[in-house]
Design a protein around this ligand. Sequence first.
Ligand SMILES: Cc1cc2nc3c(=O)[nH]c(=O)nc-3n(C[C@H](O)[C@H](O)[C@H](O)COP(=O)(O)OP(=O)(O)OC[C@H]3O[C@@H](n4cnc5c(N)ncnc54)[C@H](O)[C@@H]3O)c2cc1C
Ligand code: SF4
Length: 507
Amino acid sequence: MSAGTVHHIEDVRRGYTMEADAVVVGSGPGGFVAADNLAAAGMKVVLLEAGPEVKPEAMTREAPRFLAKHYWEGGMRLVGGSAPNPAMSGRCLGGSTVVNSAIMLPLPHWVRDEWTRDDHLGSVVRDASFDRAFARVFERTKTQPTPMTVMGRRNLLMKEALEAAGIEGKPLPRAVDQCEGCADCITGCHEGRKQSVDRAYMPAFLAHGGEVMTCSVVDEVLVEGGRAVGVRGKVVDIDGWRTTGHFTVRAPRVIMAAGVAHTPIILKQSGITGGGLVGESLYVHLTGGGVAVMDEIVDPWHGATQGWGAFSPEIRGLKYEALWAAPSLIAVNWGAMGAPWLRGLDEVRHAAVFAMVYKGRVSGRVRRWFYGQPRLEIRIPKDEIRVLMRGLKTLVDGFLRIGARGVQTTVFGVPERIKNERESELLLSKRIGPRDCHMTFNHMFGSCRMSGDPRRGPVDLEGRVRGVEGVWVTDASLFPGPSAVNPQATIMALSDVVSRRIAGLAA
Ligand SMILES: Cc1cc2nc3c(=O)[nH]c(=O)nc-3n(C[C@H](O)[C@H](O)[C@H](O)COP(=O)(O)OP(=O)(O)OC[C@H]3O[C@@H](n4cnc5c(N)ncnc54)[C@H](O)[C@@H]3O)c2cc1C
Ligand code: SF4
């Protein structure tokens, strides 16, 4: 078999027609793992990606420029509902694994138990094959604890603040080979060290004869006589604005992995509703965080982006992480505009930034909006904000105990800079609700839930969409609820399990 090729805009501009044994829609973790397994099993596989390929040498560290080009809606896609906030996701070959912090954690057993209890996923997530899938995924992505040598002062301050709060943390395991600690994960990986799926999976996929078509936006799954026969869509320029051609790929197997926002929209546009449940559920991790201003110089741009973290011992499903991103993004938490904001810039060298993710009980849905774009909505109970605030107070106090001059949080309605533990008490005020919290919903799940109960989810335990033959889902849309940990390893493991079954590979 001859090796496959990555086709760029120059090759596909005028459109194309292809035939294959399987077509995979979307090249994130859910898409690439499935594509690689199917190709390894000897199938002719075409992988379609809406965005372009971004090689390390073409990655700019200028965040606004990078985000505008390689994130959906410039990284500012709005999630409406109780608290309008942005959701970020990558629009490039490799999906969000190109732009994320590469944290890799297995799905906790207590979450597996919940998924088994509520959606009968025991045969998937409690089976030994699921653990073997995690082992394969960790090996392929060279997952390893972040080395202490690239922590930088910012991650070490996080360690100290957690310890001061009575919480033991550890170096976060990440899919990075020899991280340089440049803290620029949000704009890719200039050094080419991050093992995003285009690096970890693409070479083998191409060697197995797989074809990658970039700048190819799938609009519709083609269905004839109740069976999928392929997909069609449009070729767009690198920025994603202008249509330059159209394509059709005919294949008897369609694997949907366009991400939580797009997978349900494409299915619905094709008249595939999974009994009316496609897009009728949506979950996110609630988030919070802040900036601790220290007396010492931290130079937060040194050190792995998210090198140190911990699970809360008190609040199940709440996780703390050190963080850095481009100043233009972090500045959102600086709280001021104009002259006060400029004065605040003097303190950037003293900043230690942290984040929290929390598996709160939220509910939501994905609807089709103008021009076929997804419209996302999330409802957040006020009780869950209280839990999040308890977690935030704990870490704010930790930073104050190690000598922070003050801590600016992502919460409105409390002092802009919390200077002592009396002021941090205000985080627990009953007045604080979802709209008082600035969050970023980068962890989204569950728009096409996998469930053993057809009344709860449109996808069965084999990953098949109910009501149509030949369509599977392998991305984060599958999750029947939030994962409580950073999701990409679980997405890859689920995709591995589902696609091995399609391909007839040993589990
Ligand atoms: C800034 C950031 C940091 C994060 N950090 C971490 C982390 O450290 N660890 C972790 O576990 N998770 C992290 N996440 C979350 C994680 O990256 C995502 O949960 C995961 O990538 C989702 O995988 P997916 O396959 O479902 O979708 P995606 O990764 O979103 O991939 C979907 C792909 O489909 C493409 N696509 C969409 N529509 C179409 C269409 N119509 N036709 C063709 N292609 C289409 C998209 O362009 C994209 O490439 C982070 C996310 C972000 C944004
Ligand atoms: S910190 Fe820098 S070198 Fe390490 S993975 Fe992120 S971008 Fe790559």
